[in-house]
Ligand binder design. Structure first.
Ligand code: HEM
Length: 494
């Protein structure tokens, strides 16, 4: 501690640091930040110091990017040096280091990313649409079978079941599937270790992790043992199920089977561990993020009935009304329904799923607008501030899908790409997410209406990802159950 107090980091030569809040010796700005919602503090600083801010938390340099322009300038145009990730010791301790999202920039990350992109590039994800459509129809059937209080779980079941079927050919229909228990435990035991306080102990005292777990004060290590066991199961269980299935059904097509096939054809040296980690990473990255967008969209429908009405009128005009010939939407209808895409974009803007993105670090000293950015700085792109930037989005708290349409009703060029991160680390699952969220949103709006009950205002979780909490609501079917079942049967799922 003395070392940090006596030698606070200094700017290089005569160059100043970027503008930012007042820094205390030792602590820097650590006490000024709203720990639960740091994006709000960063945005307030933005109003005072500008779109790019320097601060320090203890001895860690931090650069916050509050606008798309500065994020583009650094994370895109200088992505060669802005693509690393910080090392957080609790990630390894919890056994989460298999998730290549947190892997340092380098050859190992590059290989994982390349393999991952093979399976999720824009042209490739079209092949997964039948699985997404089938999962969306399971969601509609489940919504008829369960009460409205279960809707949040059902939405999560949809995003999970879509991704599990795409990645492992693993079909999940019910909330009591054993894999869900593993998933739940994996997140519960791992996330409890990812608090800044725990990271500070293990980052500051690297020898801590070698202490025997029976000593008092080592509860972090005992928690880590449990978390690691669940992380291992999370990686192994669906992988082994898929390998068993492949033995009995060699024609099974999923991300894993295709990766194995491509390994055989190319003769590349890809280990079983690599296959396990890229497949498990797809689940970690894909399930919770997409369900958060869908849940925000439902909350937006509860609060903005006129938006829901207009969306349903558009859907009915394309698919037929309940009295006339009627079918459920498929991907072929997307071009005719721009308002649905506008609603999804607005839901992603209104509630950015990762309000401060995923932190990058810079691997070389840099200079921006005459100010010094030290090597090793944490670089945070504040998606929240971008979503509330009145220059781009007037009345940012209002839910206004029309901001994504041209005057002639077509979608404009704003694809909210800032919600998917930056540069070489930009979300490689964004094309898949785009399809998955669309088919679930349009199917739900075609078959159900969401109505608010009581005066409750929405509440949101805080943490790495941000979701709305469940709200009291009515989920009103737009068709008789038998008609819905018939329409599901009549849809071509191939
Ligand atoms: C609406 C849904 C989604 C949102 C909003 C989202 C957002 C993000 C963001 C902000 C990042 C950090 C990028 C950066 O570091 O600058 C990211 C990374 C990542 N996402 Fe997504 N994501 C979504 C869906 C998905 C899906 C469906 C998958 C998997 C199929 C996925 C896989 C990943 C992976 C593997 C990374 C790490 C990339 C790397 O570090 O190289 N995401 N995502």
């Amino acid at each position: 501690l003395l070392k940090y107090a006596l030698s606070p980091p200094g700017a290089k030569g005569s160059l100043p640091y970027l503008p930012g809040p007042k820094l205390l010796p030792l602590l820097g700005a650590a006490l000024d930040v709203d720990a639960a919602s740091p994006w709000l503090t960063y945005m307030q600083w933005g109003a005072k110091y500008g779109d790019i801010i320097y601060c320090r938390f203890f001895n860690r340099h931090v650069v916050v990017l509050n606008s798309v322009k500065v994020a583009d300038d650094l994370m895109e145009r200088r992505s060669r040096i802005y693509s690393d990730r910080p090392k957080v010791s609790t990630i390894e301790l919890a056994g989460w280091d298999f998730v290549f999202t947190v892997e340092p920039y380098g050859p190992e990350w590059r290989m994982n990313r390349r393999l991952f992109q093979q399976s999720f590039r824009e042209q490739k994800v079209v092949a997964y649409r039948p699985a997404q459509l089938a999962a969306a129809h399971r969601l509609l059937a489940n919504m008829a079978a369960y009460p409205a209080e279960k809707l949040w779980d059902l939405v999560t079941l949809f995003t999970s079941s879509a991704i599990l079927s795409i990645v492992y050919g693993y079909d999940v229909d019910a909330l009591d599937d054993p894999l869900f228990h593993i998933v739940e435990k994996f997140f519960e035991t791992g996330l409890q270790l990812m608090t800044p306080e725990k990271a500070m102990v293990t980052d500051t005292f690297p020898w801590f992790k070698y202490l025997p777990t029976f000593l008092p004060g080592t509860s972090i290590l005992r928690e880590a043992l449990v978390a690691r066991r669940w992380a291992q199961q999370f990686m192994d269980f669906p992988y082994e199920c898929a390998m068993d299935k492949l033995k009995s059904n060699p024609t099974l097509s999923c991300m894993l089977s295709e990766q194995i096939k491509s390994r055989e054809e190319s003769g590349q040296d890809i280990s079983e561990y690599t296959l396990k980690r890229i497949t498990a990473t797809a689940f970690v990255g894909g399930a919770e993020t997409s369900s958060s967008v869908l849940q925000s969209l439902i909350v937006a429908m509860l609060l903005n009935p006129s938006v829901q009405k207009r969306a349903q009128a558009d859907i009915d005009a394309v698919l037929g009304t309940s009295s006339g010939v009627r079918r459920l939407p498929t991907f072929a209808d997307r071009a005719a329904l721009p308002y649905i895409d506008a609603i999804i974009r607005e839901a992603m803007r209104w509630n950015p799923v990762l309000p401060v993105g995923v932190t990058h670090t810079v691997t070389e000293d840099d200079v921006y607008e005459g100010c010094f950015i030290p090597k090793g700085s944490l670089v945070t792109a504040n998606a929240w501030a971008m979503s509330r930037d009145e220059r781009q989005y007037p009345s940012p708290e209002s839910f206004l899908p029309d901001r994504f349409l041209t005057s002639t009703g077509e979608l404009n060029d704003d694809t909210v790409r800032w919600a998917f991160g930056w540069g070489r680390r930009i979300c490689p699952g964004r094309h898949l997410a785009n399809d998955s969220v669309w088919i679930a949103a349009v199917s739900m709006l075609a078959a159900y209406s969401f109505e608010k009950v009581g005066d409750a205002e929405p509440e949101w979780t805080t943490g790495i990802t941000r979701h709305p909490k469940p709200m009291p609501m009515r989920v009103v079917p737009r068709f008789e159950k038998a008609k819905l079942e018939q329409m599901i049967k009549d849809t071509n799922h191939d």
